[in-house]
Design a protein around this ligand. Structure first.
Ligand SMILES: [Zn+2]
Length: 236
C-alpha cells in the first residue's frame, strides 16, 4: 500500500454486531423489538419519557456495562491510530463504547453515546453510566427533569458534521467498515471523500448501496478483514 497521510475510518453496526450488539434493523423499523418511532424520536420521548429512558437504561446496561467485549476489528483500529504517523480520525455511527474499550482516542460518535447524557436546558453533556429517570436533576444548572440520553434520534442532526466534512475533504484514504450505506448523512461520506481525491475501501459482509463510490471492496467479516488491512497499512 502507498504511504497515506490522512486516514478517515467510518464504522457502523457491522463491527459491533460481531461483539453481540444488536442494532436497529432498517428492514422492519424495529430496534430491540421496539418501533423506532417510539424509542428513537423526540416525539416518542415527549409522549412517554420514562418508557424511552428505560429503553436506553436497558441497552446501556446490556451493551456498555455488562460483558460485551471489543473484537479484533476494534482492536486493529486502535492499533492503526497508535502506529500510523499521519492524521487519523475514527467516525462511528455506533453508540456503544467498544472503540474506546479497544483503546481508540480520536473518535467522533456522530450518533451519540449510550454513556453520555445531556441537559436539554443548559445543553451540558455529562458522562453517564447509571440509570436515567424523568426526575433527574442537571448537576450544572440544577433543572429537574431536563436530562436525556446524548443520542441522535431520527430527525435530529448528527454531531460534529463540520469536523467530519473537513476531515473527509482532506483524507487520502477513506475506509468504511460494517456500514449499510442506507443511513444518511454517513452514506454520503464515501462519495465526499472520493470526490476530494481519497482512495476508498469498503469492508463489509455484504456490499453496501454505495459500491460505486469505493475503489476496493472486501466482503468479509470485520474481525478478519480489518486486522489484515491495518497490518498492510502500518507495514509501510
Ligand atoms: Zn442543565
Amino acid at each position: 500500500m502507498k504511504n497515506y497521510k490522512k486516514i478517515v475510518v467510518l464504522t457502523g453496526a457491522g463491527i459491533s454486531a460481531e461483539s453481540g450488539v444488536r442494532t436497529f434493523r432498517a428492514q422492519d423499523g424495529l430496534w430491540e423489538d421496539h418501533r423506532v418511532e417510539d424509542v428513537a424520536t423526540l416525539e416518542g420521548y415527549l409522549k412517554n419519557p420514562q418508557f424511552v429512558l428505560n429503553f436506553y437504561n436497558n441497552i446501556r446496561q446490556k451493551y456498555c456495562l455488562e460483558n460485551i467485549k471489543a473484537n479484533t476489528a476494534h482492536q486493529a483500529l486502535a492499533k492503526l491510530e497508535q502506529e500510523f504517523s499521519g492524521d487519523f480520525l475514527l467516525i462511528t455511527q455506533n453508540i456503544d463504547n467498544l472503540h474506546e474499550q479497544a483503546g481508540s482516542k480520536n473518535i467522533i460518535h456522530m450518533h451519540g453515546e449510550l454513556l453520555k447524557a445531556r441537559c436539554t436546558h443548559c445543553m451540558q453533556v455529562f458522562d453517564w453510566d447509571k440509570e436515567m429517570h424523568v426526575h433527574d436533576i442537571c448537576q450544572n444548572c440544577q433543572t429537574k427533569g431536563s436530562m436525556r440520553p446524548n443520542i441522535v434520534w431520527f430527525g435530529e442532526i448528527p454531531f460534529e458534521m463540520d469536523t467530519i466534512y473537513d476531515a473527509l475533504f482532506e483524507a487520502d484514504l477513506f475506509i468504511a467498515i460494517g456500514t449499510s450505506g442506507h443511513v444518511y448523512p454517513a452514506a454520503g461520506f464515501a462519495e465526499e471523500a472520493k470526490q476530494a481525491g481519497a482512495y476508498s475501501i469498503e469492508l463489509n459482509v455484504t456490499a453496501s448501496q454505495q459500491q460505486s463510490n469505493f475503489d476496493k471492496i472486501i466482503l468479509e467479516k470485520a474481525s478478519i478483514s480489518v486486522p489484515l488491512l491495518v497490518d498492510a497499512i502500518v507495514a509501510k
